[in-house]
Design a protein around this ligand. Structure first.
Ligand code: SF4
Length: 465
């Protein structure tokens, strides 16, 4: 491609979580607004950007690998920029790890990408430039009118806040992103209305901690207030999904809001991280185990068909056999519909690094595998309970004579799919009669009649373990 034509092209690689995906989409929107065009082949671009993840070691290695690959192929007229969490957390070390990087811009100032590119182009020396202001991220609809959204097919991730004020001992995010800052309500509402107009079928609300929304805006029960306001502003969006709830902040008000708002899918993602009091105390996480049992009960009473997703860390420093056994019993008792289990990742700058007894890697991995095996039996039985139901499925793909999609029980990228014979309309909600269950996925047939509500009570499902 001619040098001139390349001049206004950018290539952006987004790594890490859905929140990073939203930041990447917003940076792309700003570049488009400034007259750049996105390309999928780095050779065709003059600006190469990697929106990195710096949360844990494996994510850092992936980010360094991606930057190195681009640095190795970089042509004379190309700029290579490291953006995102690893850039924010490590600054100039990133350039030492990957020589050839021209600029480092932090995750807190992603919205300065255009002036930063222009500054890089004007520089008179080959030295890299850094843009790492440490004031907390401003997450509002900034003056350049860029939406804080990542639209994927008929679904959109909507970031409602950024940063976090929780003290979790293993987590570096508060160091990277700063404290929790809620987006102004009106900017989220404007976005929801714009997404409705764009035909979006599902809003997936994300943040580090969605249940802390509005605490800095003087809102009591801010998350409930936000959900009700979104539902009013975008009544034609059928699905609103809440991710990343923090234990202890799933209030009765929030449960009631989820149960009474027709657009709220009966699904909640609430990372619990462990199920033993002593481990949770060392993690500096809410350790009131009774609260979890009671809240799961309340959720299932208010919404008998609710799907609950969680996340666990195994092998946390000091985790004894007895504590791990406690976690397994917790999982048997509460029977989550979905969960992810991760081995603890040593993070030098976090309090967890100072805990004396670090669990050996092989023990961590064995525990993760054992926990996932336990969950697979639960997940299969929960899926088998869906057989015979008619569920709305959001169709997201088609190929080889079958369509794939998700039910309300599935968040994108992390949960299951439904496989349906025939070509169904992409991006639409279609009633499907479920006729088969696998460990994580379902099969079904298109149903001509309307979806049937369910009166299933989770209590009559017993898992012989
Ligand atoms: S709530 Fe989540 S993002 Fe916040 S410190 Fe804890 S683990 Fe990290």
């Amino acid at each position: 491609m001619s040098k001139h034509k390349q001049k206004k092209h950018f290539y952006l690689l987004s790594l890490g979580c859905s929140k990073n995906t939203v930041d990447s989409e917003s940076m792309a929107a700003l570049l488009h607004k400034a007259g750049f065009a996105g390309v999928t082949d780095p050779d065709d671009a003059s600006v190469l950007i990697v929106n990195t993840c710096g949360f844990i070691e494996s994510a850092r290695q992936e980010s360094i690998g991606a930057l190195q690959e681009l640095a190795d192929l970089k042509q004379k007229n190309q700029l290579l920029i490291a953006a995102g969490c690893m850039a924010q957390r490590y600054g100039d070390e990133v350039v030492q790890w990957v020589p050839g990087i021209d600029g480092v811009i932090g995750t807190r100032r992603w919205m300065d990408i255009v002036p930063f590119v222009r500054k890089l182009r004007r520089r008179k020396h080959p030295e890299p430039l850094y843009h790492l202001p440490d004031e907390a991220t401003t997450v509002g609809l900034d003056e350049r009118g860029v939406l804080r959204t990542a639209v994927q097919g008929a679904s959109a991730y909507v970031k409602i806040s950024d940063g976090c004020r929780r003290p979790c001992a293993f987590c570096a995010i508060p160091q990277i992103k700063g404290t929790h800052v809620s987006r102004p309500l009106d900017s989220i509402i404007a976005e929801a209305a714009a997404l409705q107009a764009a035909g979006v079928q599902e809003l997936i609300l994300i943040a580090q901690d969605t249940t802390d929304y509005g605490h800095d805006l003087g809102l009591k029960n801010g998350t409930s207030h936000l959900l009700r306001t979104i539902a009013k502003a975008a009544p034609d969006i059928p699905w609103i999904r809440l991710m990343y709830a923090y234990p202890g902040y799933v209030t009765d008000e929030l449960i009631e809001t989820m149960a009474t708002l027709p657009q709220m899918v009966h699904y909640l993602d609430i990372p619990l991280q462990h199920g033993h009091r002593e481990t949770l105390k060392r993690m500096r996480r809410p350790a009131n185990i009774e609260w979890v049992y009671q809240t799961v009960d309340k959720l299932r009473s208010a919404m008998p068909d609710i799907a609950i997703r969680t996340t666990f860390i195994v092998g946390y420093p000091g985790e004894t056999d007895e504590e791990f056994a406690g976690l397994k019993q917790f999982v048997r008792d509460l029977q989550f519909d979905r969960f992810g289990a991760f081995t603890y990742s040593y993070e030098a700058s976090t309090p967890s690094a100072t805990v004396a007894w670090q669990v050996p890697e092989e023990v961590k991995e064995a525990r993760r595998d054992e926990l996932m095996q336990l969950q697979q039996a639960i997940s299969l039985a929960k899926n088998q309970a869906q057989v015979g139901r008619v569920l709305p499925v959001l169709v997201e793909g088609y190929g080889d004579g079958v369509s794939v999609g998700r039910t309300y029980r599935d968040a994108p990228e992390i949960d299951g799919l439904v496989i349906i014979p025939g070509e169904l309309p992409l991006g639409q909600l279609v009633p499907v009669r479920i006729d088969g269950a696998m460990t994580y996925d379902l099969t079904g047939q298109p149903e001509t009649g309307p979806a049937q509500p369910i009166t299933l009570s989770m209590s009559n499902i017993t898992i012989p373990l």
